[in-house]
Design a protein around this ligand. Sequence first.
Ligand code: CO
Length: 214
Amino acid sequence: MDSYRQIFENNKKWVQSKLASDEHFFEKLARDQKPHFLYIGCSDSRVPANVIMGLDEGEVFVHRNIANLVVGTDSNINAVIQYAVEFLEVKHIIVCGHYGCGGVKAALHPSDMGQLNSWLQTLRDVYRIHQDELDKMDDPKQKFDRLVELNVIEQCVNIAKIDHVQRKWNATGFPQVHAWVYDLHNGLLKELDIKLAEYFSSIRSIYDLKIPED
Ligand code: CO
């Protein structure tokens, strides 16, 4: 059987295994979703959101794109974040990058990637913002790994710029924003210590939208 047809066999087995442990599994799942987490990660096939977090169906709202970017003019991610914050009322937004990210790697070197050029521009902007720190690194792997981390942090900052997020913060203090990096070599998640509130307060005069409380 080819790998495409195999998927439907896998699906049937998955349904059977779910029903075997709880015959009402799909009935309950179909009623509603109330996930506490919004996960924004890379599209990389090796970084499956639910699996690496050990979360079940219904427990995490997921958005993935190349190199886990939060671009202010991207109506796709803006819709995801607004829905997660205003309607699902998630308590945590996670931006998860991963070491060895092909998108980040491409942004470290001059290369014409066609359609991808404008997307990777955001990563090159992250490089520019942190060029002093990055260009001091002689070890290419250290530099690559650090740009992966800095990219996650900058995307967290981009979340802090969004009106829906600021409105919810002013009203409830949530969602908390977290910066994670996943290591393909050992499967472990690492939480970066970003002190987003402190960092954001230092740039508040530029990005605070002065949204009044409801
Ligand atoms: Co990636």
